[in-house]
Design a protein around this ligand. Structure first.
Ligand code: NAP
Length: 298
């Protein structure tokens, strides 16, 4: 089984590269064909439609796993063209190819497709109401795949962290080195999810794929402030920081961003469980395991 992987240098893409090797031959691709951990990758720029068609036709994969995305949520407000090109148009091109060639398309989407005005975990069929350009572009990407009629599995995930990329956890660890006190938003609730869990769960679904849209996040929920507190307590135990900064929980209104975020974006993952018998681990354990990796690297 040949698997064309996009975004192999991203949080989720890198973990997929490691994990999907147990399923088939992975062809890792990156925007600039960069070498990762001494290994070459194929150049595949998702903003170049002709390049996408050329590469998929040359590689002829059995599975396309699209982990690449324009993920700069705030920058997307001023970079609409590129956000829609990568998050909506590129998945549509993959889907069109998948229909013609009977290829299966694996794709990732986001909790941000929802408005956030609920207090119950969101179900797959709940109405989308994206609040910004990134979220809207991701929703259109989902729709293009579903409307194409190709074989697909779309996994909506949330608040992704990993040991090797730019994310909230790594930002907090850096900030803790230079700040005695931090103000962190305490009224947005979601489920921090380890990129490694997403890769593992994806591999499990590929044993017996069932087309559809699924929610795939850690179990449990917290606020950004709660997430930060846990990061710091773990980091101190592991010797990654010298001392825990004072943390002040603040409302979103005191931390305005160009793109608004859902205030409650917890996803109900029961469909993933009932279809594939996958129980997603809780975010606290995942965080602990992820941070152990950082200690080993230091
Ligand atoms: N991060 C989160 O918190 C989060 C939350 C919910 C859902 N998701 C979804 O989960 C999936 C994986 O996200 P992630 O956290 O792994 O994101 P990430 O770490 O930002 O990785 C995204 C990857 O996409 C690549 N990419 C961007 N533009 C490209 C282009 N024009 N051509 C080829 N590759 C391009 C990036 O490459 P460069 O580094 O070269 O730009 C990067 O390696 C995405 O679909 C995302 O929308 C993420």
């Amino acid at each position: 089984m040949k698997i064309l992987l996009t975004g192999a240098n991203g949080q989720v893409g890198y973990e997929l590269w490691r994990t999907l090797q147990y399923i088939g031959e992975v062809i890792p691709t990156t925007r600039t064909g960069t070498e990762i951990a001494g290994m070459p990758t194929v150049t595949l720029n998702l903003s170049d439609a002709a390049d996408i068609e050329k590469k998929v036709n040359a590689i002829q994969p059995d599975i396309i796993c699209n982990a690449a995305a324009y993920t700069a949520v705030d920058e997307a407000e001023n970079s609409q063209v590129i956000a829609y090109t990568i998050n909506s148009d590129a998945p549509a091109i993959f889907a069109k190819y998948a229909v013609i060639t009977d290829t299966r398309l694996i794709h990732y989407s986001t909790d941000y497709v929802f408005s956030g005005t609920s207090s119950q975990p969101w179900l797959e069929d709940d109405k989308c109401n994206p609040q910004g350009i990134y979220a809207d572009s991701k929703m259109l990407g989902e729709q293009a795949i579903i409307d194409s009629g190709c074989q697909y599995m779309i996994f909506r995930t949330a608040w992704v962290f990993s040991d090797r990329a730019h994310n909230f956890m790594n930002s907090m660890l850096k900030l803790a080195q230079v700040n005695d006190e931090l103000n962190i938003v305490d009224d947005q609730i979601g489920s921090p999810t380890w990129a490694s869990s997403i890769a593992m769960a994806t591999a499990m679904t590929l044993r017996n794929p069932v087309d559809g849209l699924y929610h795939m996040t850690s179990s449990g929920k917290t606020s950004w402030c709660g997430f930060a507190r846990r990061i710091f307590s773990q980091a101190e135990k592991l010797g990654l920081i010298d001392r825990i900064p004072k943390i002040n929980g603040i409302p979103t209104s005191q931390y305005p961003t160009p793109a608004s975020r859902p205030s409650y974006s917890v996803l109900d993952c029961n469909k993933l469980k009932s279809t594939f018998d996958i129980k997603m681990p809780n975010w606290q354990t995942s965080l602990q395991l992820c941070m152990q990796n950082i200690r080993r690297q230091n």
